[in-house]
Design a protein around this ligand. Structure first.
Ligand code: FAD
Length: 490
């Protein structure tokens, strides 16, 4: 029977524009009838390259955006509910403990995105023999795929794979390798919330995968931009997309932790200019240039199905330190014990932090994924578009409140993906000018928000002073800066 006779992921998800490109469907397909490929608009999606086995709908059952699949609540409950000492928070999901800190091993912290704690965890799991290999994201082999998922079993390679890649990577090949018959090895996998949810679903149906994937390590995810985001940043750094060898998204400097720099590397060893995140890159990120449509319908901020989660410490008391701090939510007792034990052995610096501060560090994102999403779902319903059922229900109220922003963000996403293939080699001002026509409502909204914040609370102006000058201010003023900005959006 051909695939068209029964439900499968291409007709039910990809053609409806909701594929996040995780690749788990392609990895588990028993007849390897699916592959991952680039769409013309820069998204990475599953495509059909063969015939499905009769009546098989496994690809659909493991899709994180499938209608019938279990949601994050059910998957997390199955995994964590029975664990001793486990607690639950509405935004964070299950948790045993929450920490702020950084790695003290080698160059973890300087190479890592925030405090290097994710690399620390991968390396510690390998060294302690808890797993035989880890799965994370390292350099790809062609300029068509700058980064890929890799299976690594030595510490040097794990260290070289540190840092965040804001670039679509699929896990299809790795899932095929792990699931293949043969010796049972134990793996830890790093992934974004959608990838880990898909892996948890796949583990329900594939016993070998269930046995071999012993730990899932999550990253908090704002959204995933498609490959054109990287090309755009490369152009900002003065490098033509076709000459790209690789890129660094998060080079640390002596500014605030959030103002890291981007650098493009050309084939032959030359480098582009450093591009600070503040300015055009941050605008493109915040406004959702090149964003996958699926991310509009994600309601999982804290990778709720992961055994441990890492994120940036976007809190004023840590943000001013350019060396970076990771916030960690731990849900599995073995990983919690590793953190505590190694904290005592001084391979990492860890302090407990209240869970509500962890939520506060991602306040804007929590609002977007847990409240504003209701407005996006309502918009889709009004337009008769199919969207996956979510834990948040469609909300007319959220739609009315955020209508201008929601519409502008959709326009920015679609327009940037449509324009870039035509203008990627043209002078950049042409792209900026065309984008300005759709993104001005977001800019106006941003400046209006800032103005309101200054008027209601002038202390925030102190944050704009350079750090040495701020240090000269009286302590009581400085306390105002910390106390007030904590209520801010980021
Ligand atoms: C697309 C994306 C969006 C993010 N959005 C947010 C956000 O909104 N707020 C926030 O606080 N944090 C966000 N993060 C997480 C943040 O960037 C850091 O990854 C996190 O703070 C861990 O830092 P670290 O120094 O502990 O990790 P590191 O020691 O730098 O290790 C990071 C690990 O993640 C792996 N990795 C890198 N890119 C990917 C990827 N695309 N998919 C799977 N694995 C990957 C690396 O191979 C490495 O093993 C995002 C990350 C990504 C990739």
């Amino acid at each position: 029977m051909a695939c068209s006779m029964h439900q499968e992921v291409i007709s039910e998800i990809v053609k409806k524009g909701i594929c996040s490109g995780c690749g788990v469907c392609a990895g588990v397909c028993p007849s390897e009838a699916l592959e991952m490929a680039w769409e013309e608009n820069g998204d990475r999606v599953a495509i059909k390259v063969g015939e499905c086995p009769p009546k098989c709908d496994l690809c659909l059952r493991v899709c994180p955006f499938n209608t019938q699949s279990h949601d994050e609540n059910t998957l997390a409950k199955d995994r964590f509910e029975a664990m001793s000492g486990i607690q639950h928070d509405e935004a964070v999901g299950y948790y045993l403990s929450t920490y702020v800190g950084y790695s003290i091993i080698a160059d973890h912290r300087s190479r890592g995105s925030s405090g290097g704690m994710c690399t620390w965890m991968l390396e510690t799991l390998l060294n302690k023999g808890e797993v035989d290999a880890v799965v994370c994201v390292g350099g790809g082999d062609t300029h068509n795929q700058l980064f890929t998922y890799q299976i690594l079993d030595n510490v040097e390679d794990v260290r070289a794979s540190a840092s965040s890649r804001y670039y679509p990577v699929d896990i299809a090949d790795v899932v095929r390798q792990i699931e293949a018959p043969g010796e049972d090895k134990r793996y830890a996998v790093v992934g974004l919330p959608c990838t880990l949810k898909a892996l948890r679903l796949a583990m329900m149906y594939l016993p070998r995968l269930r046995k071999r994937l012993v730990f899932l390590l999550g990253l908090v995810c704002g959204h995933m931009p498609n490959r054109y985001y990287t090309e755009y940043l490369a152009r900002l750094s003065g490098v033509m997309p076709d000459l790209l060898e690789t890129v660094d998204y998060r080079l640390k400097n002596n500014k605030r932790a959030g103002n890291y720099s981007f650098r493009a590397h050309l084939r032959g060893g030359a480098e582009g200019q450093l591009v600070p995140f503040a300015g055009r890159p941050s605008r493109a990120w915040i406004e959702g240039y090149f964003q996958h449509n699926a991310c509009n319908y994600c309601d999982d901020v804290f990778a709720e199905t992961a055994d441990v989660v890492f994120m940036d410490a976007w809190l004023p008391e840590y943000e001013s330190d350019p060396r970076g701090h990771s916030l960690t939510i731990v849900r599995h007792p073995i990983l919690r014990d590793l953190l505590v034990e190694r904290g005592i052995e001084k391979t990492c610096h860890l302090e407990p932090i209240p869970v509500d501060k962890v939520v506060a560090s991602q306040r804007g994102l929590v609002y977007r994924k847990k409240v504003e999403i209701g407005g996006r779902l309502h918009r889709a319903q009004r337009r008769g578009e199919w969207v996956p059922p979510k834990r948040v229900t469609p909300s007319e109220e959220a739609w009315r409140k955020h209508r201008r922003d929601i519409e502008a963000r959709y326009a920015v996403q679609c327009t940037s993906k449509r324009l870039w293939p035509k203008l990627r080699k043209a002078p950049l001002w042409r792209f900026h000018l065309r984008m300005w026509r759709v993104d001005w409502p977001l800019r106006v909204g941003l400046w209006w928000g800032r103005l309101r914040r200054v008027v209601t609370n002038p202390w925030v102006l102190l944050r704009m002073l350079p750090r040495p000058l701020r240090r000269c201010c009286p302590r009581s003023w400085q306390r105002h800066v910390l106390g007030n900005s904590r209520k801010g959006e980021r």
